[in-house]
Design a protein around this ligand. Structure first.
Ligand SMILES: Nc1ncnc2c1ncn2[C@@H]1O[C@H](COP(=O)(O)OP(=O)(O)OP(=O)(O)O)[C@@H](O)[C@H]1O
Ligand SMILES: [Mg+2]
Length: 362
């Protein structure tokens, strides 16, 4: 399977530059997820790879060959669009086999492929129906099936699950993960849903404002975000941010702000020292905060509970720490009263620091 390389890709619509030099290397058989907020340039990047948008500057290489001048059909790709359209007069089976029939493949092969893909997508009972007789989620699965029946080297997906309800989305996510292990092809998948990105990707590419912010494995991005944007984008509930400053004292290096005074672990302290007396942002994920009434002040946050949301086994507490809002999770059996002050121990390895001016990780 060929690898794909985007080299300094720039896209302009008239005078407006919307992609500012995308540099990306995708290895063979890799599941790459482009994730970012609406308007950051995900679809544009994907459509340029597919050949549906011109490249303003830069080059796209597939298997080492420049392809930006090639027609979409010569790039050996199959794409599922964000706003897909099915052929309304064809039933599900014929929609799914469209490309294969165009290639005049033997009927037995077509039937086998359609059957296989329909089973994966839970569409076996719907093969004879027309798109008008399907729910939105079923139609979306047919659109996906139409691409999957094809024998392309690379599959491009643009928000293929966006019309599905939460439960079906979860199921389809698992199916997709299974399928990608089975078919061993290049997959490039666009979503604004960070959970989809985290669960599906071999490699996540976080985009924002037409720039790549960071790329790496889900674990790398989760544990070592390069800036505040990536830190806040991945993870649910999201990372908490508190404004503070770095101070060195006899007893260690501290990050202190309104309502907290935390001593940093040795490795963090070494990096933070260079930012002494400078303004920083402390980032801590809810999963790195543990309710602990006995934690000492310099290893904990003291929080005033404002809102408690029961979500089953856990309750999410929205709290205040000085001027900052902080979210934490507790076992829902823990008795908590609104207005109560609670102490949460901070996992020393879960402390993130960002320069307050450029928001880059320290
Ligand atoms: N045909 C066009 N002409 C002018 N600007 C465009 C055109 N298509 C897209 N844009 C702009 O390019 C930027 C990136 O758009 P794109 O569709 O790639 O975003 P996206 O990340 O896919 O967002 P979403 O999650 O909403 O689908 C946006 O600011 C958008 O307004
Ligand atoms: Mg889009």
């Amino acid at each position: 399977m060929p690898n794909i390389h985007l080299e300094n890709l720039i896209k302009r619509y008239g005078d407006v530059e919307v992609l500012h030099g995308i540099e990306l290397e995708m290895a063979d058989n890799e599941f790459t997820v482009l994730v970012g907020p609406s308007g950051c340039g995900k679809s544009t990047t994907l459509r340029m790879i597919a050949g549906l948008e011109d490249v303003s500057e830069g080059e796209i290489y597939i298997g080492g060959k420049p392809v930006s001048r090639l027609e979409p059909k010569d790039r050996d790709l199959a794409m599922v669009f964000q706003d897909y359209a099915l052929y309304p007069h064809m039933n599900v089976a014929r929609n799914m086999s469209f490309a294969l029939r165009l290639q005049k493949r033997p009927q037995a092969e077509i039937d086998k492929k359609v059957k296989e893909v329909a089973a994966t997508l839970g569409l076996t009972d719907y093969l004879a129906r027309k798109p008008g007789e399907l729910s939105g989620g079923q139609r979306q699965r047919v659109a996906m099936g139409r691409a999957l029946t094809r024998d392309a080297a690379t599959f491009l997906f643009d928000e293929p699950l966006s019309n599905l309800d939460a439960k079906l989305r979860g199921q389809m996510r698992a199916e997709l993960a299974l399928m990608s292990q089975r078919v061993q092809k290049n997959m490039i998948y666009v979503t604004h849903d960070q959970i989809e990105a985290m669960t599906l990707a071999d490699r996540i590419v976080v985009m924002h404002g037409g720039y790549i912010q960071q790329q790496g494995t889900p674990e790398e991005l989760f544990k070592r975000p390069v800036n505040k944007f990536v830190a806040g984008f991945l993870g649910m509930p999201p990372m908490n941010f508190l404004e503070g400053e770095i101070f060195e004292r006899d007893t260690g290096v501290f990050v202190s702000g309104d309502g907290f005074d935390l001593r940093l672990a040795a490795d963090k302290a070494a990096a933070a020292k260079a930012h002494q007396n400078k303004e920083v942002i402390l980032g801590v994920r809810p999963s790195d905060l543990t309710f602990d009434a006995d934690a000492s002040k310099q290893e904990a946050l003291t929080l005033d509970v404002m809102v408690s949301e029961y979500v089953g086994a856990q309750s999410v507490l929205l709290c205040r720490c000085g001027p900052a809002k902080v979210m934490v999770e507790v076992n829902s059996e823990t008795p908590v009263a609104l207005g109560q002050t609670l102490t949460f121990a901070v996992n020393p390895n879960g402390v993130h620091l960002f320069d307050r001016h450029n928001e880059v990780a320290i």
